[in-house]
Design a binder for this molecule. Structure first.
Ligand SMILES: Cc1ncc(COP(=O)(O)O)c(C=O)c1O
Length: 383
């Protein structure tokens, strides 16, 4: 099957957060894609729409079988329906998880720079934010395990929110890196809330390890957050699948979820997710090849036209982390040039917290022509 990712489809006036909030900037910020679903998934949604009745909905065996086949084939673990909870979003699940496993003013650890709702959701729930900064050395990120463990000990941390693969720095944590984190958290009784939403975007030659596969001893205090929304561009259909193998923990999560008043899954979200997990693989493979081309394009473009900006080599995700330290400009000057001169909407690095200054995050999940336009504007602004 062949798929066309080059066609530009106008997303204005569709209620798109990416396109309709501001019309003066070319938007390559929020993490959704400018690509429509393939026919095989769309036709499943259309068939459900044609049925015409959208009453309260629940998942059944075909949904869980589709998820199980996907998870066992792609990540090496099996899905037992009874251990999973469906919720409308991963950020929603982080909030529920925080309330389920911690008390007000308990400390929760995150690693910055990181997807900004992590810190927001901790603060919004009245918990204490603790940050272990990631280390950036020789153009690459890693974790200082001693500092990570010290942060847990010194702050009496109760839960850790892991971003794996990491948005925005693009790391796909190795088995050894994750095993070390898992062991530290186990030793100190810290619950791991693992956000694996980007796990289907792994670059060639890189291996993704799911926290679910690290060993039984690490499953007792684990809340694993997954979703088809990044993989298949379904964010607007609001479906996430959360795995909580420990029954006590799962019941606490369910209780908070119920207290929030959430019950049934979105009808079209469920249909789309099942179709995507069943039939979406060829499209995803073609998409990843296209995104690989976009990454090469950005790399070549920067080398030729804007060598003062360094691309942090991504191992996964479709979000690139650009380092502007080499421009010699201040953080505010970089932001101003991106917005006022390049007229681009990128996510400024400082919103991702400590260590994010002088970086910009660019979403490359768009037709090449849009990316070319964005990179040309960027080069002109920073000439
Ligand atoms: C790491 C991470 N988690 C969660 C989300 C959002 O998930 P949801 O839309 O299901 O709340 C994003 C979106 O960019 C993300 O990058």
């Amino acid at each position: 099957m062949s798929y066309n990712f080059d066609t530009v489809r106008d997303r204005h006036s569709t209620g798109s957060v990416k396109y309709d909030l501001r019309h003066d900037l070319l938007p390559l910020w929020v993490a959704d894609m400018d690509f429509p679903l393939p026919d095989e998934i769309l036709s499943a949604i259309k068939k459900r729409v044609d049925h015409g009745i959208f009453g309260y909905t629940m998942t059944g065996p075909s949904y869980w079988n589709a998820l199980d086949s996907w998870c066992s084939r792609e990540y090496g673990y099996h899905v037992r329906h009874s251990e999973w909870v469906t919720v409308p979003g991963v950020v929603y699940s982080l909030s529920i998880a925080i309330r389920a496993v911690t008390e007000p003013s308990d400390a929760i650890l995150i690693e910055q720079p990181v997807y900004y709702p992590f810190s927001q959701v901790v603060k919004d729930n009245g918990r204490r934010l603790t940050v272990a900064p990631l280390c950036y050395e020789d153009g690459r990120y890693h974790r200082d395990l001693k500092a990570f463990e010290d942060a847990i000990k010194e702050n009496n941390v109760k839960a850790f929110i892991l971003c794996s693969p990491h948005n925005p720095v693009g790391r796909v944590w190795t088995y050894d890196e994750l095993a070390a984190v898992a062991e530290i958290c186990r030793r100190h009784g810290v619950t791991v809330i693992a956000d694996e939403i980007h796990c289907d975007f792994i670059r060639p030659g890189i291996k993704f390890t799911s926290f679910a596969t690290l060993g039984d001893e690490y499953k007792q205090k684990l809340i694993l957050c997954t979703a088809p929304s990044k993989t298949f561009n379904l964010a607007g259909l609001q479906v996430s699948n959360i795995w909580i193998p420990n029954p006590d923990l799962r019941n606490r999560f369910k209780k908070e979820n119920k207290a929030n008043g959430y019950n049934e899954i979105n009808t079209l979200g469920m249909t789309a997710a099942e179709a995507a997990y069943t039939m979406g693989k060829p499209w995803l493979e073609a998409l990843k090849e296209y995104l690989e081309g976009n990454i090469s394009y950005v790399k070549d473009f920067l080398a030729k036209n804007l060598p003062s900006v360094h691309l942090v080599e991504p191992e996964g995700t479709y979000l690139l982390w650009l380092d502007f330290h080499g421009t010699g400009l201040s953080n505010d000057e970089v932001k101003e040039r991106v917005e006022k001169e390049a007229r681009l909407w990128l996510d400024h690095g400082d919103i991702f917290g400590e260590g994010g200054e002088l970086f910009e995050r660019i979403n490359i999940a768009c037709p090449r022509s849009i990316l070319e336009q964005a990179m040309t504007r960027l080069a002109e602004a920073f000439k």
